[in-house]
Write a protein that binds this ligand. Structure first.
Ligand code: ADP
Ligand code: MG
Length: 314
């Protein structure tokens, strides 16, 4: 009998939606895609982004401080922790229900609140780049800069969003527990929102004001768990070169060498497709036999069968 393929599955924004009711609806579709992969014989470990959710939690906590001066400001690291629990809660329930509906053998589903160590000297702390929260127009962006001292940036022609520091993940603090649960056959949700960023101060872990990119955190987790696949599910079926131009060319199969060349030529937008391609390339290059895929949530079964998506290999 073939050994199960171990897959780290990174869920993008479209797998979760932007509001509470949207997320409740989106996780049902997401759970179907995950159950499809389990039926294909994959052992799944789930990670996810949290851009809209961490922005929402952060705004809510700021409103609380404005309303009641006795409530001090909530650090961004705590907002990430809250978003992990909120997203994990919806995913756990949707997965449980979908597995029961399909009469699949019972798989325990659990979310691991995960901290990830970052380097306090990471240059990313000096130049915030990661968009979080909702899109606003130029006028609203200006008002938010003045009122909350946020740094607002234009995001891929879709409007303005707040940007925060996005340091690289260095070490997954709870990796031992995650590995134990995965090895025991549990369906684990970990490193949500890229993990809670922390800095080591002796024996103390201090929360950092940042949001780690979930694509890089997922790559680190996939390496640490010695996964066979890193699958990054997003809003496009494939990555493209000359994206959005009349020379656009969708990529089906790329070697690490080709991917590095396309990255250098600037084909992938920073903060959206670039971290995915970098994470996919890094994982594929890290050990022979490791494969990365970027595709659409609804196409994950087809992609693992080699029918679609952009595949990265050594
Ligand atoms: P996620 O929430 O899944 O991380 P993002 O919005 O951050 O999704 O990134 C996916 C988006 O990246 C796509 O919807 C697409 O608009 C954009 N994108 C930028 N450059 C490219 C490219 N070269 N090929 C494909 N998509 C690209
Ligand atoms: Mg993203």
């Amino acid at each position: 009998m073939n050994k199960k393929k171990r897959v780290v599955l990174a869920l993008g924004g479209n797998a979760l939606g932007n509001t509470l009711p949207e997320q409740m609806a989106a996780v049902k579709i997401t759970a179907k895609a995950i159950a499809d992969l389990i039926e294909e014989g994959c052992e799944i470990v789930i990670t996810h982004g949290n851009g809209p959710q961490v922005g929402m939690v952060n705004n809510a906590m700021i409103a609380l401080t404005h309303e009641n001066p006795k409530q001090p400001n909530t650090p961004l690291s705590v907002c990430v922790a809250m978003s992990q629990a909120y997203i994990g809660y919806d995913l756990q329930n949707a997965l449980r229900e979908e597995l029961l509906n399909r009469n699949m053998p019972e798989i325990p589903v659990a979310t691991m609140i995960t901290q990830i160590r970052v380097d306090e000297n990471d240059p990313a702390f000096q130049s915030p780049s990661k968009p979080i929260g909702e899109f606003v127009d130029a006028q609203q962006a200006k008002a938010m800069e003045e009122k909350y001292h946020y740094i607002m940036k234009e995001d891929s022609g879709r409007g303005y969003r707040r940007v925060v520091a996005s340091p690289k993940p260095v070490e997954i603090i709870e990796i031992g527990t995650i590995r134990t649960m995965v090895d025991a056959g549990n369906l684990v949700i970990a490193c949500g929102g890229g993990g809670i960023p922390v800095i080591r101060q002796g024996n103390h872990l201090k929360g950092a004001s940042a949001v780690i990119d979930k694509d890089f955190a997922s790559c680190l987790l996939a390496k640490e768990l010695d996964a066979d696949y890193l699958i990054i599910l997003t809003a496009v079926e494939k990555a493209a070169i000359h994206f959005g131009t009349d020379k656009e060319q969708w990529l089906s199969d790329v070697s690490v060498e080709e991917a590095n060349q396309y990255i250098q030529e600037g084909h992938f937008a920073a903060g959206s497709m670039l971290p995915k391609v970098q994470a996919a390339t890094d994982f594929a290059a890290s050990r022979p036999g490791r494969t990365a895929l970027i595709t659409l949530l609804e196409k994950s079964r087809d992609a693992i069968q080699g029918k679609t998506g952009t595949m990265f290999h050594a």
